[in-house]
Every structure is written in C-alpha cells, then in structure tokens.
Design a protein around this ligand. Structure first.
Ligand SMILES: Cc1ncc(C[n+]2csc(CCOP(=O)(O)OP(=O)(O)O)c2C)c(N)n1
Length: 570
C-alpha cells in the first residue's frame, strides 16, 4: 500500500493516468467539443510516455458501447467508454441497456456541456453549448446503470473513479455512468495524490446461504424428473465445468434457453437442447440457474405442483419491473461456487435409484432430439434461398475449435455443437439490435489470436451501422468474419404478427407493411469498400467453399470479410 504523487497539469491528465493505474486498458470513444482537455492529455502522454488507456475511436456511440461490451465479455475486465455530452449519451443508451441486462461492467462516461458562459478555462465557446445542456443528462440512463455521478472537481477524482469501478464490478456486475464537465476536466490540478493499489475495492461475490442450499438440494433430490434451465451460467467459464459435473453426477437434464454464453458442452449427455417447453409436463422440480426467462409462460408452463428454485447473482432479476415465474426458493450465489455446495447436499438427499433410473430415459430423449436436428440439417441442405439451419451447420464446420462466435440471434445453436467455455456469445436479453458486429470487434481486440465470427441478420446488421463498423475493423486492424443471414426482412416482426393474428389481414396479405426490407444494399460491397473481402452467396452448395475463402481472408490475409448469405425467412 502506498500513497503516490503524479505530476500533472490538469484534471484530465490525472483522470487518464488514474484509469490506467486502476487497470483500464481501453477507452472506446466518440468525441466532441467536450473532449478538448482529454485530447490534449492524450497528446501529452504520447510525448511523455505517461501510461494512459489506449483510445479506440468508434464513429458511432452504439458501436463504441458494443465494442466495449464485446471486449468485457471476453476478458471479464472493465473497459471505459466516453461519448459526447447529452446527444452522445442518447445514442449510447441502447448499448448501455444491452450491457446492463447482461451484467457487463463498463465505465460509461460522457462530457457535459461547459457549465459556465464565460470566465473559466473551458467555458462555452460554441453555439451548441447552450442547447446541448440538459437539466438531467444522466436521467436518460439512471434506470439502466448501477450508479451515476458527475465529477465536480479534481480533488474528488480518486474517490469517484474508485467508487465507480467498485460498484461496476461488484456482483451482479453492470455499467456505471459518469459525466465529466469540460471546465472540470480542464481545471489545473497541482499535486495529485492517490493510493496504489486502490483502497476502495469491489465487494466479494455473495456466497450461497448454507440453509438455502440445503433446502434447494432437498427439493431437487426429492424430484423424479428435475430439470436445469440456464442462459448465462457460462458467463463465468468456471461455472461450465461445475454445471457439467453437477448435472452429470445426478443425471439432471440441462436446457439452455436463449443462451448468451455456452453453459454446457453440446456433447454432454445431459444437454437437452434450447427449449424447456417439451420437457415441462414431466418435470417436477426445476433449477433456474442464471436465467431471466426459463420458459415462455403464455406458450407453456410447468405443472402447478412443480417446485422451482432460482439460483444466481441476482436470482430475482430485481431490476426487471415484472417477472412472475414461480419461485419456491431463491438462492443468491455464484454458480461456480454454489453448484459444488449444492452437489454435496444433494448427495446426502439423493435417492440412488431415482438418479440411476433417469439415465436411460434421458439418453433416449437426447438421442431423439439430436436425430431431429440432424434430420432438419439434411432436409434443408439443398434449399434455395439458403436455410439458416444449413448456414449454421456450415459455419460450425468451418470454424476452428477455439473460434469465438458472436450471434446476434440468427445462428441456430442446435446445429453448431459448441463445446468450449467462452466460445459462444449471444445477444443481450434486452435485444437492442446493432450489437453483434461491434461486440465481435471488441472480442477480437480481446483475443487477437482467435478467429472471431459475427453472425448477424440483415436487419441487425443495418442497426449496427455497417459503414462505421467496417471502418472500425479496418482502422483498428481487427479482422473479423461477418456472416449476414440475409432474408431481406425483419422476420421477427413477421413472426410476431402471424403469432398474434394467425388468420389476420397481414397473414392473408402478400406483402404486409413494415416487414420486408426491399432494395437492400450489397453488404459485401460495403465491407469491400473498407478494404475487406466480400462475397454474396446464393447457392447452398457453394456456401462451405465461400466460408473457407472468407476464413482465409481473415486468418491469412488479416482482412475483415463479409459473406452476404441469401437466406429464406423462417
Ligand atoms: C434497437 C432495436 N430496434 C428494433 C428492434 C425490434 N426488432 C427485433 S428483431 C427485428 C428484426 C431483425 O431483423 P433481422 O436481423 O434481419 O433478423 P430476422 O428477424 O429477419 O430473423 C427488429 C426490428 C430491436 N430489437 N432493437
């Protein structure tokens, strides 16, 4: 423990130095007039060699937030983002919501219009400085972030930054927001002292209550047909092994509903797919593990007598206004630590016959499920336009084992066979579209030696601001393979309409409004315009070779690549 002094001229210099000191490696940024003191401080550090986070320019705020999100989800560390005052914050809100719902810790910062009209260094000097100021800039995302504050002076800098980082990284993790007025950043700061390392650390993760674990074990062990449903247990790679061990030891099937992380390897004998619906009638106890939505109650719910236990860092998802899944017991705890404890208690309560009886039945269910997926793949292999199941299977075949796949929701995971923790990332449960491409760039920045593949819908890709995305890939030398599953529509909107009005006007219409995306640009040419490799693929038989060419462009030529795969709507 030491008290250190930094010779700096301004708060901005001290701020960047402190971020670097606290382990912030990257500052993803979209700049404006509020950045002047930071640009100056970065330029000075380039000359003096003073350690600062590396600035990463992103020409749209959603891209900056998504890149930070992707970097954080792969490294588990905290990135910083800085955007331009109120308007930049507005553009970043969607990315912040995605990060918040996925418990991704980000130090999200924004300038504030200069507060003063004259007098102080940094006071207003451009006409926009009046109109961009808001009464409550942080109000746009106060509900989303875990904590927000405004830096009011340099003297408070260390406390503010340490508190921001401690709150962001305490479980359940999430983004925090800090606004930085220009006069404050530009203010002189003679003599800046700080503790190294920090004296304001994050709180330790919650350990599960022993009594609650005992009760959970009793409920699950008493069941004939227990089931585990998870979405995000694999956020912590250590939890994947713990889940595999727990499920395997007691022969409990695991469903990954809309997973955002790989939670169980695809070849695990307890892997029972991605939809709990078909199993709910037989299930008499469910462990909902790091999962906000384990099933869709309006479509299929467990029997009323089925007991339900929720386990996770925030098992009630307390930031969700409404979430009414039955909950007979909620246990606060981290999966990796809690599952071995649960196993120990389960062992004491387990009825040996029940556990061994389950094995055969589960194997048969699994065999049927896997055979069904195989049959689907075979039956769609020659379809034109290309079927997304075939495209998914082709992607799975071409990717090396250590590849990272970022899925903005069009990849069909059942055709991919993911088996490594940290190899699969699905889009946030908030589903703010425009995340996948940027997240893939962030993942590549975090893991430069691994192939990163972003699988995007044509709609999602457009939300992701393709020109800004490809520019970022080029300028930051982040060769990523983008696969656009292009069905020339917002299929989700079509499915929603047909689901609600199966016999309605829209169902009878040849071309219901607000669904088709006609006259789409040649996405592959947009990538090529940024120096990447681009190809349009219409023939299902040509897809494997096209994927190989694209992978080669990325891995050998180190260029980004985009395949525009012309798909059918599903
Ligand atoms: C920011 C944002 N705006 C709108 C939506 C609503 N939305 C959900 S899915 C979707 C369509 C996505 O289209 P695409 O990526 O082509 O996939 P498809 O639905 O065709 O499978 C839209 C518009 C959203 N989720 N996020």
């Amino acid at each position: 423990m030491a008290r250190k002094e930094l010779a700096v001229d301004t708060v901005a210099e001290a701020y960047l130095a402190l971020l670097a000191e606290r382990g912030i490696e990257y500052l993803f940024a979209n700049a404006g007039t509020d950045f002047a003191p930071l640009v100056e401080a970065f330029a000075k550090s380039a000359r003096t060699g003073a350690p600062v986070p590396q600035p990463v320019l992103a020409t749209h705020e959603n891209l900056a937030l998504s890149m930070a999100h992707g970097w954080a989800m792969v490294t588990g560390r905290v990135p910083a983002v800085m955007v331009h005052v109120s308007v930049g914050t507005a553009n970043g809100v969607c990315g912040a919501l995605n990060a918040a719902r996925e418990n991704v810790p980000i130090l999200f910062t924004a300038g504030r219009s200069p507060l003063t009209e004259a007098g102080l260094a940094g006071a207003r000097d451009v006409y926009i400085h009046w109109a961009q100021e808001m009464f409550d800039q942080a109000g746009m995302l106060r509900e989303i972030v875990k904590w927000e504050y405004e830096l009011r002076n340099g003297q408070q800098l260390e406390t503010v930054i340490d508190r921001a980082l401690a709150v962001a990284t305490t479980q359940p993790r999430g983004p925090v927001y800090l606004s930085l007025p220009r006069e404050v950043l530009g203010a002189p700061l003679p003599g800046f002292f700080y503790d190294s390392p920090t004296r304001r650390v994050a709180a330790a993760a919650p350990g599960p209550d022993k009594g609650a674990i005992e009760e959970a074990a009793r409920i699950l062990a008493a069941a004939e047909n227990p089931l585990i449903v998870t979405a995000s247990a694999g956020r912590d790679p250590a939890a994947v092994a713990a889940l595999a061990e727990f499920a395997g030891r007691f022969t409990i099937p695991v469903v990954q509903h809309r997973p955002r992380h790989l939670c169980l390897p695809a070849d695990h004998p307890c892997h029972l797919g991605y939809d709990a619906g078909p199993w709910l009638d037989d299930t008499d106890a469910i462990l909902v593990l790091e999962c906000d939505v384990p099933w869709i109650p309006s479509l299929k719910a467990p029997r009323p007598e089925c007991r339900v236990v929720h386990l996770g860092a925030d098992p009630l998802f307390s930031r969700y206004p409404i979430r009414g899944f039955p909950c007979d017991l909620a246990v606060t705890g981290m999966a990796a630590a809690a599952l071995p404890e649960l196993a120990e208690s389960f062992e004491r309560h387990a009825r040996k016959n029940t556990v061994s009886d389950r094995g055969q039945h589960l194997a048969a269910q699994r065999e049927k499920l896997v055979a069904g997926w195989q049959k689907t793949r075979e039956s769609v292999a020659n379809m034109r336009p290309i079927h997304m199941a075939w495209a998914s299977a082709c992607i799975a075949r071409v990717k090396p084992e250590d590849a990272i796949v970022v899925n903005e929701y069009t990849l069909m995971t059942e055709h991919c066979g993911f088996d490594r923790p940290g190899s699969y990332f699905g889009s946030s449960t908030a589903s703010g579209l425009g995340w996948g491409g940027g997240a893939a760039l962030g993942a590549k920045l975090a893991a430069p030696d691994r192939l990163v593949i972003a699988v995007l819908g044509d709609g999602s890709h457009l939300f992701g601001n393709p020109v800004a995305l490809h520019h970022a890939a080029a300028v930051h030398k982040l060769p990523v393979l983008f696969v656009v599953m292009n069905n020339a529509m917002w299929g989700a909107v079509r499915r929603a309409t047909l689901g609600m009005y199966p016999q309605g006007e829209a169902a009878r219409s040849n071309k219901p409004p607000l669904i088709d995306l006609d006259e789409l640009p040649a996405f592959e040419q947009v990538c090529a315009a940024a120096g990447g490799y681009g190809e349009r693929v219409e023939d299902p038989a040509a897809l494997p070779a096209a994927l190989e060419r694209a992978v080669r462009a990325v891995t050998v030529e180190k260029r980004q690549a985009l395949l525009n795969v012309i798909c059918r709507g599903v």
